[in-house]
Design a protein around this ligand. Structure first.
Ligand code: CP
Ligand code: NVA
Length: 311
């Protein structure tokens, strides 16, 4: 079976469900659609198709990249804020899934619980794409892998260090990185480390590479090719901001920490960023930062994903 046949109709809930070869196929397709866009070539393989986009949390990149992405592919996106659809008034996810399956060709959802996304996918007869939960952010990591490949010319054999909260980004980077042959080191304070179950899962995908979780940021960054950071308080954790600022004080990506990395290391961040907290302005706005290329690649990577799943 070809990858196109293999992926058609599938959902993306976490990269754990995708093989290395399937992820590589999507990344290659992402490069192709990016090139077509740069060449000004019309490419509309999803003509007439619709993507519903359910948002229970805020978004700039995910919303705009999915909505313009489906439009550029010939289809249409519908922004479905959970405040405006009956889901927000208690209509069951399973009913929502069945109803939307009758209208749409795909659903993207950003919400809190991963179980809700799983329930949506179980009850939908169309592909469901995870646009971020408290546990995972797989679409971001597809764009991240595309960006790393563009910058370094390869993925295998590189070391990625993630500094900060053991959150959705840490989880998805561990899984995506381990699958694609990168060493992944996560540095997080003791009480904010990634979930043990997800760390073990990521380790099970590592084939001759390492997945390390440590409290020592300098150790994680040592010899890294990619330094990654994310906010200290994620969406839904705003009330913990002050206590988190204290807990994460030694986990800021700054000049001193970056000195442990390789000289040609790149800095990445899923954005939105808080300058002066998880990263200093001189780093995120400096020559090693690729954050805006990374943000742009959300568009290209997700177009490839939609073609693969909904084409
Ligand atoms: N990185 C990311 O998902 O950004 P948004 O929250 O703006 O969608
Ligand atoms: N960890 C962040 C990522 C935002 C894209 C959050 O969940 O808010």
């Amino acid at each position: 079976m070809s990858f196109a046949e293999e992926l058609k109709g599938r959902s993306l809930l976490t990269l754990a469900d995708y093989s290395k070869a399937e992820i590589a196929y999507i990344l290659e397709l992402a490069d192709k659609v990016k090139q077509k866009k740069k060449n000004g070539e019309m490419y509309e393989p999803l003509k007439g198709k619709t993507l519903g986009m359910i948002f229970e949390k805020s978004s700039t990149r995910t919303r705009v990249s999915f909505e313009t992405g489906i439009y550029q592919l010939g289809g249409m996106g519908l922004f479905l804020s959970s405040n405006d659809i009956q889901l927000g008034r208690g209509e069951p996810i399973s009913d929502t899934a069945k109803v939307l399956s009758g209208y749409l060709d795909g659903i993207m959802i950003r919400t809190f619980s991963q179980q809700d996304v799983e329930q949506l996918a179980e009850n939908a007869s169309i592909p469901v794409i995870n646009g971020l939960t408290d546990d995972y952010h797989p679409c971001q990591v597809l764009a991240d892998l595309q960006t790393i490949k563009e910058e370094k010319g390869k993925l295998e054999g590189l070391k990625l260090a993630y500094i900060g909260d053991g959150n959705n980004m840490a989880h998805s980077l561990m899984i995506g990185g381990a699958k694609m042959g990168l060493d992944v080191a996560i540095a997080a304070p003791k009480d904010y480390q990634p979930k043990t179950k997800i760390t073990e899962l990521a380790k099970s995908f590592a084939d001759g590479t390492e997945v390390i979780v440590t409290e020592d940021a300098a150790e994680a960054v040592k010899n890294a090719d990619v330094i990654y950071s994310d906010v200290w308080a994620s969406m839904g954790q705003e009330s913990e901001q002050i206590e988190r600022e204290k807990a994460f004080a030694n986990y800021q990506v700054n000049k001193d920490l970056l000195a442990y990395a390789k000289e040609d290391a790149i800095f990445m961040h899923c954005l939105p960023a808080h300058r002066g907290e998880e990263v200093t302005a001189d780093i995120i706005d400096g020559p090693q930062s690729v954050v805006f290329q990374e943000a742009e690649n959300r568009l290209h990577a997700q177009k490839a994903l939609m073609i693969a799943l909904m084409g």
